[in-house]
Structure formats: structure tokens, C-alpha cells
Design a protein around this ligand. Structure first.
Ligand code: CAA
Length: 247
């Protein structure tokens, strides 16, 4: 029996990168069902099939988390299929990096709408399900950029807000047996990180005691722990996984 045995999970942005690694790890740890929410259905379906060729455990749903109606519809579809939701991983996020003095309102809004409104929409529709069943595990993927990062005023604002939001969810959810925690990855080898110029990558790695980028699987193990009953008394925490480095 895996530590997520019998549990049903939702992972936003689960088609690739850290989200994909989390879906894979949840299945390995015995989850009864995992829903991947992604903006591109083909990519989400492809990932679901790779991880679960039977198609029984992992389902793919097209959902842009910045759109409240799409989130409402996706949650309805998950509840039809799984009947319940035990675990919510808010992982979907985008960057649109620029020095703040050059950042347009479009760049600001694009990141706020997905990274922050996305988490708000998901919680708006799933927290009531968890309150009703008196059980829930919320894992929010923030970032070490929450503490500030050159070129990421928009992104870091969302990631900082996610930490405060999570702490409040933890306080309000506790009496209903709902835990809420954050993971703050450092620099992880994903498609998102590909946009960073080589000379900046070198600067980043220099500041990491382990002297390398992290791998998505190194975030997934912690997400599974936080989603499991091994973490039943862990709430309102933010675990930085950055090879010991800070921004
Ligand atoms: N450390 C030190 N200096 C930095 C820096 C850093 N991390 N980032 C930028 N700078 C410097 C540049 O070297 C440059 O210095 P000079 O003026 O002396 O040449 C200055 O800041 C900015 O110069 P420009 O205005 O010419 O920069 P630009 O407009 O061409 O590009 C940028 C700016 C888009 C922000 C680019 O520097 C960049 O992409 N930086 C990387 C941003 C980053 O770290 N993103 C993280 C992505 S991974 C992620 O987001 C996942 C996560 O959760 C951590």
C-alpha cells in the first residue's frame, strides 16, 4: 500500500515539468486517481497515457486556470469521475520576465491571472468539497522567487502572495482537517527555466551549494509527503527545495 492509497488528486499544470513529475509520483505512491489540468488537451492526454497506459487512474482535462468558468466545469467533471477530491496541487504557473521598469501591464496581468487567480479559482471550487468531507491536503507550488528575483516582479508578487494565502487557508482549514502547505522550488531543470539566458544560469548555479539545477522529481517527493498522512500535523509551512541556495 502506497502512502497515497485510496486518495484522489488534482494537479494543475500536470502535463509537464514539475507537475508531470508530481502526477507520476502520486501514481507510484498508490493514488486512486489523478486529474491533470492543462491548457493544451493533447499534451495533457499524452502525459496521462504515458504515466497510466490503462487510462483508469490518470485523466486529462483541458482547463485554463485563469478562467473561473473553465475551473468550475473541470471540478464538476472530476467529481463526476472520481466522486471526491482529497488532494489539490496548485502547480500551474507561467513566467513573463522583464526588468520592472520595462514591464508592460499585459506582462503583469498575464502572470497574475494564471499564477494567482488560478490558485484562487481552484481553491474556490475545491475547498468547499474538502470542508464537506472533513479532509483535505492542499499543496501550493510557490518559488524561491517569492523572496524577490531580478526580472520577476510579476512572478515574485504572485509567489509571495501564494505563501500568505496558503498560511490563511491552513488556519481556516485546520478545524476541518484540511492542511495547506507550500513548496518553494529553486532553479529546476524545466521548460520554464529554458528561457533564462546562459550567463544568468551560471550566476544562479554559483549561488547553489549543491552546484547544479534541481530535477522535477526532487520536488515531487516532497509534494507526495505533504499530500500524505505522513504530513497529517504539518500545515502552514513552506519548504524551500533549492539545493541550499537562495536568490
Ligand atoms: N543577477 C545579477 N544580475 C542580473 C540578474 C541576476 N540574476 N539578472 C539580470 N541581471 C542584470 C543583467 O546582467 C543586466 O546588467 P547590466 O545592465 O550591468 O548589463 C541588468 O540586470 C538587466 O539588463 P537589461 O535591462 O539589459 O536586461 P534585459 O531586459 O535584456 O533582460 C531579464 C532582463 C529578462 C530579466 C533577463 O535578465 C532574464 O531573463 N533574467 C532571468 C530572470 C530569472 O531568473 N528568471 C527565473 C526563471 S525560472 C523560474 O521562474 C522558476 C522559479 O520559480 C525560480
Amino acid at each position: 500500500m502506497g502512502k497515497l492509497s485510496g486518495k484522489y488528486a488534482v494537479v494543475t499544470g500536470g502535463s509537464q515539468g514539475i507537475g508531470e513529475a508530481i502526477v507520476k509520483r502520486f501514481v507510484e505512491d498508490g493514488a486512486a486517481g489523478v486529474a491533470i489540468l492543462g491548457r493544451n488537451l493533447d499534451v495533457a492526454q499524452n502525459t496521462a497515457k504515458l504515466i497510466d497506459p490503462t487510462g483508469e487512474k490518470v485523466i486529462a482535462i483541458r482547463c485554463d486556470v485563469s478562467d473561473e468558468q473553465q475551473v468550475a466545469d473541470a471540478v464538476e467533471t472530476i467529481l463526476e469521475k472520481f466522486k471526491t477530491i482529497d488532494i489539490l496541487v496548485n502547480n500551474a504557473g507561467v513566467t513573463n520576465d522583464s526588468m520592472f521598469h520595462k514591464m508592460t501591464k499585459e506582462q503583469w496581468d498575464a502572470v497574475i491571472n494564471i499564477n494567482l487567480y488560478g490558485v484562487y479559482h481552484m481553491c474556490k471550487y475545491i475547498v468547499p468539497v474538502m470542508r464537506e468531507k472533513n479532509y483535505g491536503r492542499i499543496v501550493n507550488i510557490t518559488s524561491i522567487s517569492a523572496f524577490g528575483n531580478i526580472g520577476q516582479a510579476n512572478y515574485s508578487a504572485t509567489k509571495g502572495a501564494i505563501i500568505s494565502f496558503t498560511n490563511t487557508l491552513a488556519m481556516e482549514g485546520g478545524p476541518k482537517n484540511i492542511t495547506a502547505n507550500c513548496i518553494a522550488p529553486g532553479f529546476i531543470r524545466t521548460e520554464m527555466y529554458n528561457a533564462v539566458p546562459d550567463e544568468i544560469i551560471a550566476k544562479h548555479i554559483k549561488r547553489v551549494p549543491l552546484k547544479r539545477l534541481g530535477e522535477p522529481s526532487e520536488i515531487a517527493g516532497a509534494a507526495s509527503f505533504m499530500a500524505s498522512d505522513d504530513a497529517s500535523f504539518v500545515s502552514g509551512q513552506c519548504l524551500v527545495i533549492s539545493g541550499g541556495g537562495s536568490i
